[in-house]
Write a protein that binds this ligand. Structure first.
Ligand SMILES: Cc1cc2nc3c(=O)[nH]c(=O)nc-3n(C[C@H](O)[C@H](O)[C@H](O)COP(=O)(O)OP(=O)(O)OC[C@H]3O[C@@H](n4cnc5c(N)ncnc54)[C@H](O)[C@@H]3O)c2cc1C
Length: 421
């Protein structure tokens, strides 16, 4: 007997032919999808239930090369650029939001110091930067080192409006770091915390955003402490506790970027802040995948009851598909035009894409629950977790959904320097 046709277990989010992916992107995303289904999906419920860090996933990600995805190929990594990484990370996010989001924090320490910094003006600092990043890359590739990205402090610094309150003072051989970071995903689990802080000269009390330093602090350095509880609504496996730095000494080679380069990157390569979106693009796809399988009566662990014949379900699925296609199209365009010195149009599109992905991921998850019905929100099924995880995207600084709207409204109506006075 012929098996009835099934919806594909997991077709690519971005079909390589339709979206004209490069052969490298097509292969990378296929591998990411296979890894997500095989390794990430079966374990995702556990990290969520326990609010525990997905250590087993990181062991397997290291073994299969994923920790070096954005380390340049000439330096031993997979050599993915911004777009290739985003596409692969969306496939991870589809199967485990917390793993994809924490992986993003790690990957940024290589993408920002690698492909992104290659586009910036480093002058004479380039040679020393290349030597230093080689040290960090070797730790990742050879020693299984994981980096995190704790920037948030609970004030306006992570939004990019004032200098970071965490400070670094130069001392012989390195820096002494003092401060506090909140919501530090991978706290207690990363080997290095890639923090942003403000460099202060001798006697200086207040610094400028131009003096932002990007430093990798070893997790066991004297003066580093992980603090606080972690029992949140969603993204529970990120273990985003607080970090305290009390006069922590780090050597010169802890600098992930030369002085002044982070400020240049944030000004000239603003798409760097879109790296939080792939996780949520994946969650948006996951909410739609779940709904189709559920209504077709094909969800593993559920009785094979079909609900697809009801016109209201069909309308809801059609509306979800329209939202998903709109989200994918805008996001794909924005990640395709990421690069140094974007035009104003490109920057506004990136903000619109960020807002769209973060808001639509949760809107799709909410609609999936309503459409599938009461049984779909049981904790034994993935949708309940997708719904909670997807709620977190709009909250991520510096491009929260609110801040995207603020900037879009202002910059659509005002050219640089214009006022109403
Ligand atoms: C699951 C999860 C993981 C995270 N992981 C990390 C991580 O690894 N590293 C990291 O650095 N951060 C991380 N964050 C933190 C995140 O990026 C934000 O910093 C955090 O959600 C801000 O929370 P808050 O309440 O302190 O925000 P607040 O600073 O109090 O802001 C609240 C809201 O007000 C708005 N707002 C803020 N500043 C301004 C402004 N200047 N003008 C207008 N409106 C403004 C924003 O919309 C913001 O959402 C994570 C957050 C979550 C939820």
């Amino acid at each position: 007997m012929d098996m009835p046709p099934r919806a594909a277990a997991s077709a690519p989010i971005f079909d390589p032919r339709a979206f004209r992916l490069t052969p490298f992107e097509a292969e990378l995303t296929a591998r990411a999808r296979e890894f997500g289904e095989r390794v990430l999906a079966p374990r995702a419920a556990r990290w969520d239930r326990e609010a525990s860090f997905p250590t087993d996933n990181y062991r397997d990600m290291h073994a299969e090369g994923w920790l070096g995805i954005c380390i340049p190929a000439g330096e031993g990594g997979l050599g993915a650029g911004f777009r290739a990484y985003c596409l692969a990370a969306a496939e991870f996010g589809r199967f485990c939001g917390a793993t994809a989001l924490t992986w993003n924090m790690h990957v940024c320490s290589t993408l920002w110091t690698g492909a992104l910094t290659d586009d910036l003006d480093l002058g004479e600092a380039r040679a020393s930067h290349l030597a230093r990043r080689g040290l960090h890359y070797a730790r990742i590739l050879n020693d299984d080192a994981v980096y995190s990205q704790p920037f948030s402090e609970g004030g306006a610094a992570a939004a990019g409006t004032v200098a970071f309150g965490t400070t670094a003072r130069r001392v012989p051989g390195g820096f002494v770091v003092t401060g506090k970071k909140i919501f530090a995903s991978l706290a207690g689990h990363a080997d290095f915390y890639g923090i942003l802080c403000t460099e202060l000269a001798e006697g200086q009390e207040k610094g400028s955003r131009r003096d932002t330093l990007y430093l990798a602090i070893p997790k066991d350095a004297p003066g580093v402490e992980v603090q606080g509880e972690w029992d949140p609504l969603g993204m529970r496996g990120t273990v985003s506790r607080n970090l305290i730095f009390r006069d922590v000494f780090v050597p010169e080679d802890a600098a992930l970027m030369p002085p002044g380069v982070y400020f240049q990157a944030a000004s000239r390569w603003p798409h760097m802040f879109m790296t939080l979106t792939p996780t949520y693009m994946g969650l948006a796809q996951a909410a739609c995948d779940f709904t189709v399988r559920y209504l077709r009566g094909e969800l593993p662990g559920m009785p094979p009851v079909k609900r697809r014949m009801y016109p209201t379900k069909q309308i809801a699925v059609a509306e979800m598909r329209i939202t998903l296609e709109q989200t994918k199209a805008l996001w794909f365009q924005a990640i395709s035009e990421a690069g140094p010195d974007p035009s104003k149009e490109q920057l506004l599109r990136a903000l619109a894409a960020q807002h769209t992905v973060m808001e639509n991921a949760n809107a799709l998850a909410a609609k999936a629950v309503r459409t599938c019905g009461g049984q779909s929100m049981l904790k034994s099924l993935a949708l309940e977790r997708i719904y909670r995880d997807s709620r977190c995207g709009s909250l991520m600084l510096p491009w929260t959904a609110e801040l995207c709207v603020d900037r879009l409204g202002r910059e659509c109506l005002y050219e640089r320097g214009e006022t109403d006075d």
